[in-house]
Write a protein that binds this ligand. Structure first.
Ligand code: SAM
Length: 246
């Protein structure tokens, strides 16, 4: 997959593409990226990319022409274009899975008060928000989406790591422990030291259900509606709620 990031500050996403697991995925040729500096397409000698809004009001708006030229410069022609914006659809793990099937993703990072509506109407396929808060710019939001998407692509990380993590089947993850066996007078739960895989699996499922009930009861309702809760899980939920374990 190739990510094309249109930005006024390429150094922000560049740090991500050049680090850790992403850097390895790029080296292996699984991921490619292109950081397109919108300022390179500005028309005046000051490289101006913003202008005041029609109708008045606070702040500036990103200009149409440099952004349109930057979008037109991206090859191939068939590509999915995303504008990251607080007024978009809220980003979820399911959206990350869906986007991970694309071959090319173009992400437009906004600044100031955002971009001209006519760019959205002419070029953008999806408007995506990473949450109900306002960031000062789109680079961090675009990087969040890229991070959630690229790790789902075959060969980036082991598929077993994806199977039981949060949201994979509608539930949050179970608690994780590593050495030492005792830390700050707290012992690792005995069951995890037992080597009894069947019991460990059941314990982990119960922990996932208890945590999801406590933190995100809306996800339990959704998992139930989607037929993702097994009879075993429903029985555990009954136990957890009866004894108030969560
Ligand atoms: N005037 C805009 C509004 O009220 O919705 C906010 C603009 S914000 C200061 C500047 C840029 O940051 C946006 O164009 C967008 O690209 C990015 N941004 C801010 N918050 C975001 C969020 N929650 N999700 C995705 N992008 C966001």
């Amino acid at each position: 997959m190739k990510f094309h990031v249109l930005t006024l500050f390429p150094e922000i996403p560049r740090a991500f593409f050049e680090s850790s697991i992403m850097a390895k995925a790029v080296q292996k040729g699984i991921i490619a990226y292109d950081l397109v500096n919108i300022r390179d397409f500005a028309l005046d000698k000051h490289k101006t990319c913003d202008d005041s809004p029609y109708g008045g009001g606070a702040g500036m708006v990103m200009m149409t022409t440099p952004l349109a030229s930057a979008l037109n410069s991206v090859k191939p022609k068939r590509k999915r274009v995303i504008y990251v914006t607080p007024s978009g659809k809220k980003f979820t793990q399911n959206m990350a899975y869906e986007l991970s099937r694309e071959s090319d993703l173009v992400l437009i990072c906004g600044r100031y008060e955002g971009i001209d509506q006519r760019i959205i109407d002419s070029y953008v396929d999806d408007e995506i928000s990473i949450g109900d808060y306002v960031l000062s710019s789109g680079e961090v939001a675009a990087t969040v989406i890229i991070d959630a998407v690229y790790r789902l692509i075959d060969g980036v990380i082991a598929s077993e790591s994806l199977e039981e993590e949060s949201f994979s089947d509608g539930l949050l993850e179970y608690p994780q422990y590593t050495r030492p066996e005792e830390f700050l007078e707290q012992k690792v739960p005995d069951i995890l030291l037992s080597g009894h895989h069947k019991n460990i699996r059941a314990w982990r499922l119960k922990q996932r259900l208890a945590k999801t009930l406590r933190m995100r009861p809306d996800l339990i309702a959704k998992a139930r509606d989607n037929g993702k809760l097994t009879k075993e899980a429903e029985k555990m939920i009954e136990e957890i709620t009866r004894i108030g374990e969560h």
